[in-house]
Design a protein around this ligand. Structure first.
Ligand code: ZN
Length: 340
């Protein structure tokens, strides 16, 4: 009951990459970089296990950014000539690569870190990929001329990699779709359908993570404009409830998401965000258990997974470590409180 998991990313150690940045520069190259990525992955697997988490991830140590880590391994993309583009409905500018030709995978994308993680933990292993709609929102299109067509093309590539990750022994494949909270009507209209293409044929657990973004300033400011009640999930949850995706992740703690929206997920496993990624204040076990308790009004005990609101990548390593610990301790307290 109340398995614990992180959304996905964790901070990169200072010897691997620049710290507290969303698009950090690597500190090494070639084989040396590969070794540093492996070392950082092992470090975070150990830290998650030591904290007592039930579902372990690679912390996304081998990719520069959660979207571009995948896109880098796709043919048909000009990664040299990046352009500045407003992303997430112009919430902030990013340097994005350009799609210039039909899309094709160059080969495996995440085999190295997935196999490494699988070899070093006996716990459930979750692996994250960006969702098709969020990828489309993080690249510039100079070729397809049609968002949905391009999303479906990316979904096919994601599906190839997801099936291969499953063969590597991954237990849960999660697609990250923060764009679902930005383009709600489109998410319900074709975003979920694209997600199902990406997850086609998977027999392992599948998940989607939908959030209000990393705890960076642009996102914190955006959240201030969303009013007293954040109802973005209301539009996409019914479509997800009908989909074949097994788990849905949402922000809860310190958000203005009305908890009753979780009812719209009917039957799904729900990854409830009990850890705030926009604050360095460490949650107490009581706060975490209280958030779980509030969610239990709408989610059955055996379907609730305690999770972070989003990735921890831009945070300091010490804060992230303490937050992992808070997550595990809070879930343990919730098991005592609500376990009977
Ligand atoms: Zn997120």
């Amino acid at each position: 009951m109340f398995d614990t998991a992180i959304a996905g990313s964790l901070p990169k150690p200072a010897w691997l990459a620049e710290t507290q940045k969303l698009w950090p520069q690597w500190k090494a190259q070639g084989d040396e970089l590969l070794q540093a990525k492996a070392d950082a992955t092992l470090l975070w697997i150990k830290a998650q296990e030591d904290a007592g988490l039930d579902v372990i991830g690679d912390g996304e140590q081998a990719r520069q950014h959660f979207v571009h880590g995948f896109v880098e391994q796709v043919d048909g993309i000009d990664f040299v000539n990046k352009v500045t583009m407003g992303i997430r409905n112009n919430r902030y500018d990013a340097q994005v690569p350009q799609v210039v030709a039909p899309l094709r995978l160059k080969g495996r994308v995440h085999a190295f870190e997935a196999r490494l993680a699988r070899a070093h933990t006996k716990k459930k292993l979750k692996f994250t990929l960006p969702g098709p709609m969020t990828i489309v929102d993080t690249v510039a299109d100079r070729f397809y001329g049609d968002k949905v067509k391009m999303a479906m093309a990316f979904a096919e590539l994601l599906n190839q990699e997801a099936l291969a990750l499953q063969a590597d022994g991954v237990d849960i494949i999660q697609f990250d779709e923060p764009a679902f909270n930005v383009y709600m009507a489109e998410a319900a209209d074709w975003g979920v359908a694209a997600l199902e293409v990406a997850a086609r044929g998977l027999t392992c657990k599948t998940a989607v993570h939908i959030c209000y973004g990393y705890g960076i300033e642009a996102n914190v400011k955006w959240k201030e404009t969303l009013g007293e009640e954040w109802r973005q999930y209301e539009q996409v949850f019914p479509a997800l409830a009908k989909s074949r995706i097994d788990q849905v992740s949402l922000e809860c703690f310190h958000s203005h998401v009305p908890p009753e929206l979780m009812q719209l997920l009917g039957g799904k496993e729900v990854m409830v965000g009990v850890i705030d990624v926009a604050s360095d204040v460490i949650e107490t076990p009581e706060q975490v258990a209280d958030t779980i308790g509030a969610a239990l009004q709408y989610v059955p005990k055996d379907k609730l997974i305690a999770c972070t609101n989003c990735g921890l990548a831009p945070m300091s390593r010490a804060v992230a470590m303490a937050k992992l610990d808070a997550l595990a301790r809070g879930a343990a307290l919730a098991r005592q409180r609500y376990g009977v």
